[in-house]
Design a protein around this ligand. Sequence first.
Ligand SMILES: NC(=O)c1ccc[n+]([C@@H]2O[C@H](COP(=O)([O-])OP(=O)(O)OC[C@H]3O[C@@H](n4cnc5c(N)ncnc54)[C@H](OP(=O)(O)O)[C@@H]3O)[C@@H](O)[C@H]2O)c1
Length: 316
Amino acid sequence: MKFVIPGGTGQVGTILRRALSAAGHDVVVLSRNPSGPGEVHWDGATPGPWAAEVDGSDVVVNLAGRSVNCRYTPANLRQMMDSRVHSARAVGEAIAAAERPPRVWLQMSTATVYAHRADAANDEATGVIGGGEPGVPGYWGYSVDIAKAWEREQEKADTPHTRKVALRAAMVMSPDRGGVFEVLLRLARLGLGGPVGGGAQYVSWIHDRDFARAVEFLVARDDIEGPVNLAAPGPLPQRALMRALRDAWGIPVGLPATRWMAEIGAFVLRSDTELLLKSRRVVPGRLLEAGFDFRHPEWPEAADDLVRRLRGRAAR
Ligand SMILES: NC(=O)c1ccc[n+]([C@@H]2O[C@H](COP(=O)([O-])OP(=O)(O)OC[C@H]3O[C@@H](n4cnc5c(N)ncnc54)[C@H](OP(=O)(O)O)[C@@H]3O)[C@@H](O)[C@H]2O)c1
């Protein structure tokens, strides 16, 4: 099959390209700065010659969006929103105008669309959508607004011959350089892998190979459309996640960080504490119901596997 992946130059795109190419698919990535074979220029917002790649393709997986790992300044928030909404709109327009539209359009969304909660898990049917929940900083609602606007853009696209799925993805854990797993491991190795802000907040995650397998599964399943959670069935509290990561690497201690220490750390790292403190308890209701078989459902085993691969890469 021919896959077109707008925004496929980042962390998730690297994972998908690797898996899809290994499975023998043709992959074309749309980038604002194409730099190698299989990469085609687009601006992420307006129609252009890139639309010819979409016409006649089998699958489009749109991953484009400004990184959310940044300070939430007004300018950054605007870019986080616009890059997602405008790119989804442009992809929808290209599909609508195609003579031979793709069979399926997988649009990246995020597990952050669900409310901050630890009391129960959010699946697609009964989960609580976030925004305005009590006891959390008001500005956290903006990430939910972005996710909703992103999904809305896909929903309203007039693409009657193309099945549409929104990927509500949790943190994708891979051994790649610069990915979230490497960042967490680096903190743990510095002795900072303890609970943050109490550590009771849940972390949802998905192993990179399960992520790629889930994408292929959703491409094959003509009966599935709309939002789908891409998260392992075993989300866990942040303190347990970090403890298992320390065990996997062999690090005996992890210093706890209070909320204000997290604020300083996030400032230094030019990031935002929402990424650390929001409780994301998200489970893959629809994937499990459809019979998807997770190879890495629980974190301690997944962390062992990722550490093994990361060490293997370092040894090469
Ligand atoms: N990583 C995760 O665990 C995770 C989990 C849930 C959801 N997501 C979402 O999945 C998507 C991909 O994640 P990722 O980790 O691969 O992100 P990433 O590494 O930041 O890559 C995203 C890509 O989007 C493109 N992009 C950046 N700013 C843009 C802009 N203003 N307009 C158009 N394109 C722009 C970039 O490609 P070019 O510079 O080549 O154009 C970049 O390589 C993101 O939207 C992210 O929010 C990620």
